[in-house]
Ligand binder design. Structure first.
Ligand SMILES: O=P(O)(O)OC[C@H]1O[C@H](O)[C@H](O)[C@@H](O)[C@@H]1O
Length: 278
């Protein structure tokens, strides 16, 4: 019997570096789908029921949320670039010490129903044991605007065994409690069910421990971190994720949410998330 896997579109962009690490992206949303450092397993969760299509992003990887995080505004949830077609800026650089691919989308060629002009570039860098995603947002119009954004990364993990360190002392908005602001008192976060929090003004380095292994999740430019897991009940409602898979993933999202970015014309904002083994 064959088991159906996630639907992968034909516009997939593979990357590999000199160390033998591999990653792959989709031009649908410029979405990271896989990261396999050499000698380690798959680090990224991608649902076997994922069916990306027009208006729908893959369930897993790293959806790019722009210019609106979640439903915090009038636009479609998480904005519109995660479900749009991006272009490769130039052929990917593969086989080098740090492999690199650049994806681009702009308001002029895409015809989004948003009154502001932008050009987004996502630069993916694959180094030995690390992967970096850098989002560049340029205001190509004549008036300033505000936006929120996130790199919505789904890490593959045994979530019951995972401990996320680095959030102690940070305030967070709890989306499961009407965005009530609370302070994180615990030295680490352990997930036993649904969690949906926006941690505000987070120090740049988090550590996800799972038994003896650990990964670091670093960010620059992004001020906030979203920690999301649907838990069993919400996972069952998603439709594109096996209900039991809530135990196999944890979203650690680099976001700029609490304080939107104000972007004057001609200016470019940069934010990056870096995932690192060890
Ligand atoms: O199902 P999606 O539209 O991809 O959103 C998935 C999740 O994204 C973020 O983490 C939000 O904080 C959650 O509230 C949301 O449920």
């Amino acid at each position: 019997m064959t088991t159906a896997g996630p639907a992968r579109d034909s516009a997939e962009v593979p990357l590999h570096n000199a160390a033998g690490d591999e990653a792959s992206f989709s031009l649908h949303g410029a979405q990271l789908l896989s990261w396999v450092p050499r000698g380690a397993g798959e680090q990224i969760y991608l649902s076997p029921l994922s069916r990306p299509a027009a208006g729908k992003s893959a369930r897993g990887g790293t959806p790019v949320c722009f210019p609106q995080f979640a439903d915090r505004g009038p636009l479609p949830k998480h904005g519109f670039v995660r479900t749009a077609h991006w272009e490769l800026v130039s052929p990917p650089l593969s086989g080098t010490e740090v492999a690199e691919a650049r994806f681009q989308i702009d308001s002029a060629s895409s015809g989004f129903a948003w009154e502001h002009a932008f050009c987004l570039v996502l630069v993916a860098r694959l180094g030995p044991g690390w992967l970096e995603l850098e989002l560049q947002a340029a205001n190509t119009g004549r008036s300033a605007y505000d936006f929120t954004a996130a790199l919505h990364t789904y890490l593959a993990t045994d979530v019951r065994a995972a401990r996320l360190h680095g959030l102690q002392g940070c305030d967070y908005e709890d989306n499961l409690a009407g965005r009530r602001v609370q302070r994180e008192r615990s030295p680490f976060l352990a997930v036993a069910g649904e969690v949906d929090r926006v941690y505000l003004q987070v120090p740049g380095v988090l550590r996800l421990e799972e038994g003896a292994s650990q990964r670091r999740v670093m960010q620059q430019g992004f001020t906030d971190v979203v920690v999301w897991n649907p838990g069993p009940a919400k996972a069952a409602q998603l439709g594109d994720m096996p209900p039991q898979d809530w135990e196999r993933m944890l979203c650690i999202e680099a976001g700029v949410i609490g304080q939107p970015v104000h972007l004057p014309p001609g200016k470019t904002w940069h934010g990056l998330q870096r995932l690192e083994l060890g």
